[in-house]
Design a protein around this ligand. Sequence first.
Ligand SMILES: [Zn+2]
Length: 347
Amino acid sequence: MKLLEKLCVTPGVPGREDRVAKLIQSEAKGLFDKFTTDAMGTLIAYRKARPAKGKKSSKKTKKVMLSCHMDQIGFLVRHIDEKGFLRVNAVGGFDTRNLFARLVTVCTKHGDLPGVMNPGGKPVHIASPEDRKKVPEIEELIIDMGLTADEVNDKVQIGDMVVIKAPFTEVGNMIVSQCLDNRIACWLGIRSIEKLKHHDCDIYVAFTVQEEVGCRGAGPAAAQIKPDIAITLDTTLCCDTPGVPGDMAITKAGEGAGLMVMDSGSITDLKLLEEFEAVGKKKKIKTQRTILPRGGTDSLAIQRKGEGYRVMTLVCGTRYIHTVTETINKDDLFACRDLLTAYLAQA
Ligand SMILES: [Zn+2]
C-alpha cells in the first residue's frame, strides 16, 4: 500500500499532472522499455512483448493499451480579493456538500502552502434558518491562507492548483483517500505489469491527463498508439450503502473486479468482456458485471478515435466517490490487479 499512498498524496488536478507523472516514472523504473510524454502531458510507458523461451508466434504482435488517468478533481485559483482571500474554479465535479471546513494545499511556484476552505458567510450562531439550509456553490467558497493580501499576492498566482488536504488511511479491510479516483489505476498500471512474467503482446500503459474535465487526454494517446485492444482502468460507483435501493448499487464491495458492460460514454466490446470473464473464472478471480447509467471513462474517448478501437473498461467499486473519503475494498483492488495480469499474460 506504500506505493498507493505515495500516489494519493501527490497533488495533480487536470492540466497539472506533472508531479504524478514524475512519481510514476521513478516508481516504474526497470518495468518498461521506454517512457514518452505527449504534448498534452500523457505519460506513455512502453513494454515490448516478452514471450516465453522457445515460444515462437507467426501472428502479428498485438498492441494492448492500458489507460489510467492521473488527474484528480480539485481546483485552480480564480481570483485573489483585496483582503487576500482566494476564490477557486473547480476542475472536475466535487459535490459542494463535502467542501465545508476543509484544510487545503495551495500549490504555488514558491512551494505548497496551507489554507482553510469554507463557504463565505456567517457562522451557525448568527446565520438565519434559510442560510443554514443553503448548499453553497463553488463560486461562494473562500480560501483563507492566514496571510496578508500582499503576502498572498507575492506567492499565489491565478491558475495555481488547489487540492484538499486529506489523509490516506485504512479502515477495516478498506482503503480511504481523496483521490483513489484514479490513483488506483496508476497503481494497477504499475503493479499488474510487475507481476507479469511473459506476454506476447506489446504493452502501452498510458497515464492520461484531464479525464475529470471530459476525457481529454486519452483520445490523442490512442491515436498515437493505435491499439488492437484498449483497457481503461478506473473507479466506479459502489452504492451498496444505506439509503440507496439495491438496483442502484452499481457494484458491491467485496464482490470482485468490475466489468463495465456499458456507461453513458461507451459500450465495452462484448468479446473482450467475455474474455475477461473467462480469465476470471479460470484463475478463480471474482468479477462482477456492472452498468453505470450516468458517467463515463477514458474508454469513450478511445473507442471513437480515428477509425475506432475495441475497448474494455475494468473498474473498481468505490464508495463515497468524488468526496475526500473515497473508500475501496482491498480484495476488489487485488482482484483487478490479478485479473489484468492474467489477461495480459494470455492476450
Ligand atoms: Zn476516474
